[in-house]
Ligand binder design. Structure first.
Ligand SMILES: NC(=O)c1ccc[n+]([C@@H]2O[C@H](COP(=O)([O-])OP(=O)(O)OC[C@H]3O[C@@H](n4cnc5c(N)ncnc54)[C@H](OP(=O)(O)O)[C@@H]3O)[C@@H](O)[C@H]2O)c1
Length: 263
């Protein structure tokens, strides 16, 4: 398949690890120019060095910003446009939420999850989307999560952020379409990243079981009996931000080994 991503300019939040890094690798191999965003400068530097090894003249820049800061999105958009001139694609991916028993979670756990993932994605869409509106085209992809449609009692801060993001993605898609901008989302199930390990440890603690037992539950409880690999999410991400299926917008694609019980 020819994805036509050569020379496209892309911002990936959380591009230094996990799913975001897998998307970065895929896009670099396709000849895109990248801005990867994260907080930890060393992690960003290491990711950038590895990505440069597979680049073929395409550019990679890093921006260190904490997306819980309400003006981070504005700073990222300004810097990105300064470095690359225009932005064709935005992948919103930086997110993390505390798992745990509802009775032990505080308001702050919910506020932190909503501030980083829900408001972080919305702020990036406002800043980068207004630039895309002016140029009359753009592609946005939100990495959400199956907890948005299939809630779990031990993942409520993240699940509620994801549910709101599904609503937002569909809600804004018609308006963005008027400006030639498509927006879609991917909802991964448990995916083999550092974050999945942290979550498994937190869930194991709530249930009083070992980390290994929680991983066994996570994998055995889905029909295909395995974890999703970050590269699988990246393959779908590349397809959705390409123009290969240019009639898809406002859609959510679930990649979860068949675990989600309904639509
Ligand atoms: N893995 C799963 O099982 C799974 C399942 C469903 C949905 N998801 C979603 O997929 C997305 C990626 O998850 P992942 O598993 O790939 O996570 P990960 O391996 O922990 O990577 C997270 C990335 O986001 C960056 N990041 C975290 N907090 C940030 C902040 N406040 N500001 C800026 N950057 C930040 C991290 O870099 P720094 O730490 O340096 O900031 C890193 O680059 C998340 O939105 C997550 O909710 C994951």
């Amino acid at each position: 398949m020819k994805l036509g991503l050569n020379g496209k300019n892309v911002i990936i939040t959380g591009g230094s690890a996990g799913i975001g890094y897998a998307c970065a690798k895929g896009l670099i191999s396709e000849g895109a120019n990248l801005i990867i965003v994260g907080r930890d400068k060393e992690k960003l530097g290491n990711a950038s060095t590895s990505l440069k090894e597979i680049a073929q003249g395409n550019q990679i820049f890093t921006i260190s910003q904490d997306l819980t800061d309400s003006i981070a999105a504005e700073r990222i958009a300004k810097k990105a446009i300064l470095k690359l001139g225009k932005i064709d694609i935005l992948i919103n991916n930086a997110g993390s939420a505390r798992a745990g028993s509802f009775w032990k979670l505080t308001d702050q756990h919910f506020i932190d999850a909503w501030n980083l993932k829900l408001l972080g994605y919305i702020r990036m869409i406002k800043e980068v989307g207004s630039h895309m509106k002016d140029q009359g085209h753009g592609r946005i992809l939100n990495i959400i999560g199956t907890g948005g449609k299939t809630p779990s009692p031990t993942f409520l801060p993240g699940g509620t952020a994801n549910a709101a993001l599904l609503n937002f993605t569909k809600g804004i898609s018609n308006e963005l379409a008027e400006s030639g901008i498509r927006i879609n989302s991917i909802s991964p199930g448990v995916t083999a990243t550092d974050r999945a390990e942290h979550l498994a440890k937190q869930k194991a603690e709530v249930k009083g079981i070992t980390f290994e037992e929680q991983i066994e539950i996570d994998t055995a409880s889905n029909p295909l009996g395995r974890m999703v690999e970050p590269e699988e999410i990246a393959s779908m991400a590349l397809l959705l931000v390409s123009d290969l299926i240019s009639s898809i917008t406002g859609a959510d694609i679930v990649i979860d080994n068949g675990k989600q019980p309904g639509f």
